[in-house]
Write a protein that binds this ligand. Structure first.
Ligand code: LLP
Length: 428
């Protein structure tokens, strides 16, 4: 008989039909694949993604946004740059948002045609902008007055170029999305976009080059009011400039990291935000990262030690801040599930930590979890976005392997790094 916290937890584990990880016939499966066999084959730490989950997240977005006259779903490649995942999303109709040449090349390699690529970023070089114009991307989002001048200069130098991308102005509406300060991007003290008065001045002086607006107010947002405020601000601007015929609303939808039901409220979004978007009366694009891939990936890790001290219990595992930096960098919460075939109601409170040489190297702090011992597996949930893409080689760690599970097959989509990979770049 399981009681209290664990009783509820196991109900979630066993019965929530949309969960990526399920217990079935005394096995633990990720989308039908035996987790122990996966680990046997690919080792840990291991990033593991599910096509089914990606598809579900994409459908959820469409079910909210498709009542708009014309809607384009884009994926923010920074959330995860694996070309196989990009390919899956692009095949299913997604456009791609990129910020530099490498991201552009990965998007292309993943099968994205240039006309479905949107270029963002506040530090685009002149050479990069010129190249993106020549490549024929869908749009280039202008981050500043200074960048606007550079674009004008490029166009003069190019001497009547044909088939230009759409140029959109990134507006900073000065709205607080109430998220972590590092990932809030639409406040006036943030480095992104132009303030409203600058936006008006640019649009007044501009002779028709800019035909759309862009904004992105931050990431992991739960506050619907922030979106309302931001889009109303943009709507005011659009009403004054009739040539603006496209709006890119960025991304930012928050997900249920804590498994307590706190995620972006899509009913409230439909009720309060969509009516504003409808008033734009033009195509709307979104470039979203976390909401699509976050819940579609888990990081599997092995317990190395359970270290018990007078003050604390530490579960030392082979995931760490080099392969998953979000807890160290943003104090982010990721749910951690011990994967035991036979569940137990023994519970511990522990810090789940990596083996790297700083105290910030942790996955969870003071976390109540089912008791574990050496060799047990942990699933660190919601790590499909900003997990691998932010991994580093700190302490000369190898970046993990990545696998993708489709209906009934699983394939390696990125090899685990080796020390040879690291040395190759140093042997110069
Ligand atoms: N568009 C722009 C211009 C962005 O800068 C971003 C994310 C997105 C779209 C996608 O936002 P999303 O839908 O994924 O929230 N490393 C941080 C997140 C940084 C987000 C950066 N920009 C984290 O791990 O939480």
């Amino acid at each position: 008989m399981i009681t209290g916290f664990f009783h509820e937890w196991f109900l979630i584990f066993d019965e929530r039909s949309d969960d990526m990880i399920k217990r079935e016939n005394n096995k633990i499966k990720i989308e039908g694949m035996d987790v122990f066999e996966l680990v046997e084959k690919y080792d840990t730490p291991l990033y593991c993604y599910s096509e089914k989950a990606i598809s579900k997240q994409m459908k959820t977005i469409h079910s909210v946004m498709d009542s708009l006259r014309e809607f384009h779903l884009g994926f923010a490649l920074k959330a995860n740059n694996n070309i196989h995942l990009i390919n899956y999303m692009v095949k299913n109709g997604t456009w791609i948002d990129i910020v530099n040449k490498n991201e552009y090349l990965l998007a292309r390699e993943g099968g994205t045609p240039p006309e479905k690529i949107v270029v963002n970023g506040n530090g685009k070089t002149k050479a990069f902008i010129r190249e993106m114009i020549e490549e024929g991307v869908f749009s280039i989002n202008i981050d500043s007055k200074e960048e606007y001048e550079v674009i004008r200069e490029i166009l003069r130098e190019m001497d009547s170029p044909q088939g230009l991308p759409a140029f959109m102005l990134r507006v900073n509406p000065d709205v607080d999305p109430h998220t972590h300060p590092y990932i809030s991007t639409g406040l006036k003290e943030n480095k992104f976009g132009v303030q409203m008065d600058t936006a008006r001045a640019i649009l007044l002086s501009d002779n028709g080059l800019i035909t759309g607006l862009h904004t992105h107010i931050g990431s992991n947002i739960y506050d619907i009011g922030a979106y309302q405020e931001a889009f109303e601000t943009l709507l005011d601007l659009k009403k004054d400039f009739s040539r603006l015929n496209f709006i890119n609303i960025g991304g930012g939808w928050g997900i249920d990291y804590e498994k307590n039901g706190k995620h972006i409220d899509l009913d409230a979004y439909t009720e309060h935000v969509l009516p504003i978007l409808k008033q734009f009366d033009c195509p709307v694009m979104m470039e979203i990262g976390r909401f699509i891939l976050g819940p579609s990936g888990v990081l599997l890790s092995k317990v190395l030690y359970k270290k018990v001290t007078e003050f604390k219990t530490f579960v030392v595992c082979d995931a760490n801040m080099a392969n998953m930096i979000r807890p160290a960098l943003y104090n982010a919460y990721h749910h951690v599930k011990p994967l035991h075939v036979n569940s137990s109601d023994d519970e511990i409170t522990a810090d789940i930590v990596g083996g790297l040489c700083e105290t910030g190297d942790r996955i969870a702090v003071n976390r109540d979890i089912e008791d574990v011992s050496t060799g047990d597996l942990l699933a660190i949930l919601d790590t499909g976005a900003y997990g691998y893409s932010m991994a580093s080689n700190y302490n000369a760690e190898s970046r993990p392997a990545e696998i993708l599970i489709s209906d009934d097959e699983c394939r390696l989509i990125r090899k685990r790094e080796t020390v040879k990979d690291l040395l190759k770049k140093m042997k110069v």
